[in-house]
Design a protein. Structure first.
Length: 197
């Protein structure tokens, strides 16, 4: 319980822009790592002509920290920023989260989803849109339903912490790789959690 409260406090302070003590140094290692990430990302964004709010950059850095914390248990998870939508996207490859063709979450992914849920809880105006995707093997209707069910399963985990969660399935309509080859199909079978303010 103490760890959760500490986590919520760190996230709330970071997203409020108060992550340092009066002397200007970070107050704990988690805060320090995220604060350094925020400084680095802000400098890169400015140099690249991209305008992102401190809250958006802090969110991305906190998501990076959470993913790194769970990297051993859930290696097939990634993070990228959609600058057009001002969103941070966590992508969970289906093989890491589900059995082939299944909709039950694998145990190793649950702690990561719990941490993402606590993040939603700590930041009341943060929203998550969960989108399921499949490859193009099999019947289109079956793939569509599988993508919807997987998105709903992940969304239910997050809804335990916040009501700002929606879910949708895209089936095979938005591939990120070539479906003709096994590695491409594996990349296309995924669930994306799109975080935005």
């Amino acid at each position: 319980m103490f760890i959760r409260i500490q986590f919520l406090l760190v996230v709330a302070l970071l997203l409020a822009g108060c992550a340092s003590n009066p002397r200007g140094s970070a107050t704990d290692p988690k805060t320090s790592a995220v604060a350094q990430c925020v400084a680095d990302q802000t400098a890169q964004s400015t140099a690249g002509g991209i305008t992102r709010s401190t809250r958006e950059v802090t969110l991305m850095c906190e998501l990076e920290r959470l993913i790194a914390q769970h990297r051993v248990q859930v290696p097939d998870v990634s993070l990228h920023t959609d600058t057009g939508e001002a969103a941070s996207v966590v992508t969970l490859q289906a093989a890491a989260g589900f059995a082939p063709g299944g909709t039950l979450l694998k145990d190793p992914v649950v702690p990561l989803l719990e941490q993402l849920g606590w993040l939603l809880y700590a930041v009341p105006d943060l929203k998550a849109h969960v989108v399921g995707h499949t490859d193009s093997i099999g019947e289109r209707a079956v793939n569509q339903r599988l993508s919807e069910l997987r998105a709903e399963v992940v969304a239910r985990q997050l809804l335990a912490y916040s009501g700002n969660v929606t879910a949708a399935g895209k089936g095979e309509l938005e591939p990120v790789a070539d479906n003709r080859y096994a590695p491409g199909r594996a990349q296309n079978r995924r669930v994306e959690i799109i975080f935005s303010f």
